[in-house]
Design a protein around this ligand. Structure first.
Ligand code: MGP
Length: 228
């Protein structure tokens, strides 16, 4: 475009009042059409797709579980892949603060079982945040934030995140974020820092990362690989 042409079109822009445009915006070649409820202006019932499918699991071992019997208590609740279905589930399951001690909710990418033995977890580990019982109903909000961060795939190293767990125990609550890897300090610590931000934890509060291999060996997690 010549300089003269640019000046002419700028001048004409100054004097022209743009007409309001109520028509559907044109989708340019190569652009992905965004699906919203307005995509069906009659029923307004088009759902917003998530990037991935996610599965909610629940377990309450009741009495103390051992490694052999633990998975028998694991129940697959539901798999979903839209924003609306997530809220439908969230609004209709018992809140973590109302679950009995020993219970866990697990939200994992579909296809990954929330157990050390799954091939996506076998070389991984988890960031663990333990919260006092006085956290009360706030645990429900923290669990919501973790779920939203997972399904929104907001982590920089999203592919390395397998899912999250909220655990209700007699004396405390625990939120864990499971990762696919445990041997890359930089990636694991980045995910840990993101988790701290998501939960708005005090920067001075340290959280710990443990590998599943260590947990499986000792039966309980006691060796911290990283802290942030
Ligand atoms: P937990 O619930 O993760 O630990 O595992 P918590 O809350 O510290 O409970 P505590 O009773 O150890 O104090 C509890 C037990 O469940 C473990 O010691 C294992 O026996 C079993 N378990 C837990 N997970 C996550 C797994 C798993 O992925 N695979 C198998 N085989 N057993 C598991």
């Amino acid at each position: 475009m010549s300089t003269e042409h640019v000046e002419t079109s700028l001048a004409s822009q100054e004097t022209q009042v743009p007409e309001e445009n109520h028509s559907t915006p044109e989708i340019l070649e190569g652009e992905k059409e965004m699906v919203t409820v307005f995509s069906d202006p009659v029923n307004f019932n088009v759902k917003h797709p998530l990037h991935s499918q996610w599965t909610m699991w629940y377990d309450n071992p009741g009495k103390k579980a051992n490694q052999a019997s633990w998975s028998q208590n694991l129940k697959e609740v539901i798999t979903f892949d839209t924003v609306e279905d997530f809220w439908g589930i969230y609004n209709n399951v018992v809140r973590p603060s109302d679950l009995s001690p020993g219970s866990n909710y697990h939200l994992f990418k579909a296809g990954i079982k929330p157990m050390w033995e799954d091939s996506s977890n076998a070389n991984g580990g988890k960031w663990v945040v333990q919260l006092p019982k006085k956290t009360g109903e706030h645990i429900n909000t923290l669990w919501l934030y973790i779920m939203l961060e997972c399904i929104g795939e907001g982590f920089q190293y999203e592919n390395e995140v397998c899912g999250g767990v909220v655990s209700i125990r007699k004396g405390f609550y625990r939120i864990s974020l499971w990762t696919r890897i445990s041997d890359d300090k930089e990636i694991c610590e980045s995910i840990g820092r993101h988790l701290k931000n998501t939960l708005s934890l005090n920067p001075n509060q340290m959280i710990e990362f443990q590998s599943h291999a260590d947990a499986a060996k000792s039966g309980s997690c006691n060796k911290d690989l990283y802290t942030v």
